[in-house]
Design a protein around this ligand. Sequence first.
Ligand code: FAD
Length: 295
Amino acid sequence: MTVMDQLNDPRPSFSLELWPPRTPQASARLSEAIPQLAELKPTFVSITYGAGGSTRERTHELVVDLAMTPGILPFAHLSCAAHSVAELRDILSRYLNAKVTNIVALRGDPPLASDLPLPDGELLFASQLVDLIRDCGPFTIAVAAHPEGHPQSKDSSEDLYHFCEKLDKADFAITQFFFRADTYFDFIDKVRKERINKPILPGIIAPTSISSLLKMSELSGAEIPQELRDALLGASSDPTSVRKVGVEAAINLARQLLDEGVPGIHVYSMNSMASTIEIHEGIADLCASDFEYPQ
Ligand code: FAD
């Protein structure tokens, strides 16, 4: 089965996002965790890219390493902000040479810690990157969806129009994280009314701290329900309790989504293997566990 066969299968898939580790210690921890991740039988594992190229080599190395790991199919994130077309072509050609043909095509955001906007690249929008990737080779391409609207968009119908245009050219989409099942289903209704029927995987996150959640939500536009804020604040003196609250919220949301029918669940793992494994345990009965790997 190809990754698209799996995403189009009626049985829901399970996939996750990783960051390229920043330190040798984090890298060693991730290497140790990879066999555990493979046991979860993810449909794919996507690897983030620091817009502007800050993680260019680290993303490439991790993606190529994972491509050689049995049971793991990596998707390399690639963003067009602050890059020339020649740089993007070079990155794509290195992936092709390494037999990596799965890309998440993005515009890119500045890092969480930065208050400065990213300089424009030669391509302004992710849909233009999708065109470039198609021109470079036989890639499977995912794009980002923003169920609550892109935070910089002033007009929700224009935002929806641009998203549909982008997904029409790509193979599937992964949503920004959100905290209410209705947010996803309302968005899907609008996209389906535009006759775009490609898979849109809901992205879910297990918040690990109220401060990082607030910062991420500010950037992504995700509304945080008051009850989740209260639960995280109530647990905030103890990191273990915060993690537990976050994992429980993620499992509850994923189960609601799976009960109502979604193509799969994509977990923003933030490289927390313990949380990812717990979320998987909490939903494994509702996800496919016997897909054959596309490698
Ligand atoms: P676009 O699709 O280009 O949209 C950006 C804005 O431009 C929207 O407001 C849209 O309405 C508007 N727009 C689009 N096309 C047009 C047009 N033709 N004319 C006028 N306006 C237009 N960021 C990173 O830096 N690295 C990552 O690894 C990363 N991974 C992500 C993974 C997922 C699944 C998601 C959901 C987000 C990820 N992001 C990442 C964040 C992403 O880069 C930001 O959300 C960014 O602000 C928008 O990216 P996009 O690809 O959706 O952009």
